[in-house]
Design a protein around this ligand. Structure first.
Ligand code: AP5
Ligand code: MG
Length: 218
């Protein structure tokens, strides 16, 4: 199964991608997670990406495209993948198309998560993330058991540096200008499914699983 999760910041792409990857035994490829890991490890990629990310702007296409190409070349991706947060621009989508074509495979579905702006702001401002394993929690909607430590690995949870008010506003503006056109792009290719992302995590997961079940490969 090869799927893309589209949607504004905070709609729940990462939360659902973790669950879908486990349920369908496919890999999750999250450009945001890979970039944050690089920033944390202060690699050359991380140093290049950090200022864009902190401001809520997109990292240049050439950087993220190379990164996704490497991930898709890994043997684990051959069984299928869910792309979380990529593509984010039309040039990225076109490059993805070329990479998949060279591998003689297609995308099965692109799911666009819909959540109101009001709920997005609540979700992002209450999010807490694990800097080590990237698990995501929410102070009110999905609290960790202790409130301050990661349920998965025990690390102290933090607020993402781009979950401050100004960065959230910039991310939403960038989404409207550069990523929203992908809805049309994939709808023209008859690949798009619109999904209501506003319910509880379990409800969204149930609806999403139903959409993806026909594409199960494992
Ligand atoms: P990225 O990490 O992809 O951030 P994003 O797209 O802004 O999306 P988020 O991770 O903020 O939201 P999400 O949809 O994953 O929601 P989540 O599940 O966490 O990118 C970060 C940055 O990296 C970009 O700004 C850019 O600089 C760079 N970058 C990444 N990819 C790039 C690309 N392709 N090109 C260029 N640059 C790129 O949920 C949010 C919160 O809500 C959580 O607290 C969660 O617990 C809670 N929640 C989730 N679902 C529900 C629910 N159903 N009900 C209630 N609460 C919920
Ligand atoms: Mg995410």
């Amino acid at each position: 199964m090869r799927v893309v999760f589209l949607g504004a910041p905070g709609v729940g792409k990462g939360t659902q991608a973790d669950r879908i990857a486990a349920q369908f035994k496919i890999v999750k490829i999250s450009t945001g997670d890979v970039l944050r890991e690089a920033v944390r490890n202060q690699t050359p990629l991380g140093r290049e990406a950090k200022s864009f990310m902190d401001q809520g702007k997109l990292v240049p296409d050439s950087v993220v495209i190379g990164l996704v190409r490497d991930k898709l070349d890994e043997p684990g991706s051959a069984n299928g993948f869910v792309l979380d947060g990529f593509p984010r621009t039309v040039p990225q989508a076109e490059e993805l198309g070329k990479v998949l074509e060279s591998k003689r495979v297609n995308l099965d579905r692109v799911v666009n998560f819909q959540v109101s702006r009001e709920d997005i702001i609540k979700r992002l401002s209450g999010r807490r993330s694990c800097p080590k394993c990237q698990a995501t929690f929410h102070l009110d909607f999905a609290p960790s058991k202790t409130g301050s430590a990661c349920d998965r690995c025990g690390e102290v949870l933090v607020q993402r540096s781009d979950d401050r008010r100004e960065a959230i506003e910039m991310r939403l503006k960038v989404y409207d200008e550069q990523t929203a056109p992908l809805i049309r792009y994939y709808s023209d290719q008859q690949l798009l499914t619109e999904l209501d992302g506003s319910g509880a995590v379990a409800t969204v997961f149930q609806n999403l699983s139903q959409v993806l079940e026909p594409y199960r490969t494992t």
